[in-house]
Design a protein around this ligand. Structure first.
Ligand SMILES: [Zn+2]
Length: 432
């Protein structure tokens, strides 16, 4: 790989310097997640460098190579040096689907679930999402921010350096805008990058019961215009008990006309055709996909030329006891790139352990470890349209880097449920 750095930079008041500010040396395996087809998500064809280093200047990666190629003249007394001592080093994890901001929890529903009630039964009885909506509407902004910051700290300890954060537990203008604002604030108050998504169309609120189309019209009229510059993505839950394919299509088209990028929760519990509809509109990602047919997967993949990523959430069927997992292996074989996420939320996945999701993607969706690692890094970055900034270790990218406590990448999915993270670097800064 090239180790050519960018031009030296000078900062007002700081001494002129071209040296490395951070150097991670002696990486036994440096998983670059780079090296596949240009401008396409990856499956397995990413490069691993053995006995390698990665060097940063400020927030950016400026050199990557083998230890024998390291330019020692760039190391000064000001360079922070981390010795990986032969361990695996890889890009920071990208969490491309979470419901970060909410109040309360749904531990009381766990028992109902164990007694056989389904997710949709609980939702229909006023529980599920609607019980979180009641708690979230009643919470203050400070309380919501406090919870979000605590969850982000937990994510950071798992080596997650970017988190997508959906709204969707307000379901009215005031609360939904508050949730997006809290996500933005949370992103500014700690190092993990937060990408807000508007999911006001999560379910139909009690105020619009039986009138889903009217509620979506309200969102388009009252809320979407307020979100310009605050959330880049608009998402909708297309499912029985939530929104139909026809209503979802109309809403997403209107959001797109206002300049938003599109996402959809679809084919989670039934095959309704929501993924194919959203992909036809150019959705950046289609999420869940447990019931997505292989015919539709092939259509979305379009021989490897499709523009849409399938975001797979293997901890959700586990937690909902539904035992129906998206056939990720077969999606990839049909040219459909996949990302992996937890779907962290209080109802269907109260876990922030993306490493566990990665292992489950191997165990239940038949991904190879290499595919699953791409799913939580570069492909997840694609699902957020951030593929040119994060998700791989390449010159010019954001210095979001993990040193793991393993010596071979095949150990990553193997240590089931463990956190393999030893050190986390975000934007060139070592985290405590
Ligand atoms: Zn979700």
């Amino acid at each position: 790989m090239s180790s050519l750095g960018p031009q030296p930079v000078s900062t007002p008041g700081a001494s002129y310097s071209v040296s490395y500010t951070l150097l991670i040396r002696n990486c036994g395996q440096l998983l670059t997640l780079a090296g596949g087809r240009p401008n396409r998500p990856l499956t397995t064809d990413w490069l691993t460098l053995h006995d390698a280093y990665v060097a940063c200047r400020g927030s950016k990666i400026v050199a990557v190579g083998r230890m024998g190629e390291l330019d020692e003249s760039q190391i000064t007394t000001d360079t922070q040096v981390l010795d990986a001592q032969g361990r695996v080093v890889m890009p920071g994890l990208v969490e491309c689907h979470t419901h970060l901001v909410f109040a309360g929890n749904r531990a009381h529903e766990f028992q109902r679930k164990l007694q056989g009630e389904s997710y949709l039964d609980i939702l229909a009885s006023g529980g599920g999402i609607l019980s979180t909506v009641r708690a979230t509407r009643a919470a203050s902004e400070a309380e919501l921010l406090d919870h979000a910051l605590r969850h982000l700290r937990d994510f950071r300890r798992y080596g997650v350096t970017t988190v997508e954060a959906k709204s969707g537990y307000g379901l009215d203008k005031e609360t939904e805008l508050r949730l997006v604002h809290v996500a933005q604030q949370a992103g500014q108050q700690q190092p993990v990058r937060v990408v807000p998504t508007f999911l006001g169309a999560h379910v139909v609120p009690p105020e619009f019961q039986g009138r889903p189309a009217d509620y979506l019209d309200y969102l388009v009229r009252e809320v979407l215009p307020e979100l310009q510059g605050k959330a880049a993505f608009v998402d909708i839950f297309c499912e029985q008990g939530a929104f139909s394919v026809a209503d979802s299509r109309r809403y997403l088209q209107q959001a797109q006309a206002l300049g938003f990028w599109l996402k959809i929760h679809a084919e989670q519990l039934h095959d309704m055709g929501g993924c194919a509809m959203a992909a036809d509109l150019g959705a950046v990602s289609v999420d869940h996909c447990d019931y997505l047919s292989l015919e539709d997967a092939a259509r979305l993949g379009n021989g490897g030329e499709g523009q849409t990523i399938a975001v797979l959430l293997p901890l959700v069927p586990l937690f909902l006891r539904q035992e129906k997992y998206a056939p990720g292996r077969q999606f990839i074989d049909r040219g459909l790139p996949v990302a992996i996420s937890t779907d962290f939320n209080p109802g269907s996945c109260p876990s922030k352990n993306l490493w566990l999701a990665l292992s489950m993607a191997c165990l239940k969706m038949d991904l190879t470890p290499r595919e699953a690692i791409a799913g939580v890094t570069i492909n997840a970055a694609w699902a957020l349209r951030l593929e040119s900034e994060i998700g791989s270790i390449e010159v010019g990218k954001q210095a979001d880097i993990l040193v793991l406590d393993v010596r071979d990448y095949t150990e990553i999915p193997y240590w089931l449920g463990e956190n393999p993270v030893r050190q986390v670097v975000i934007g060139g800064c070592l985290q405590d």
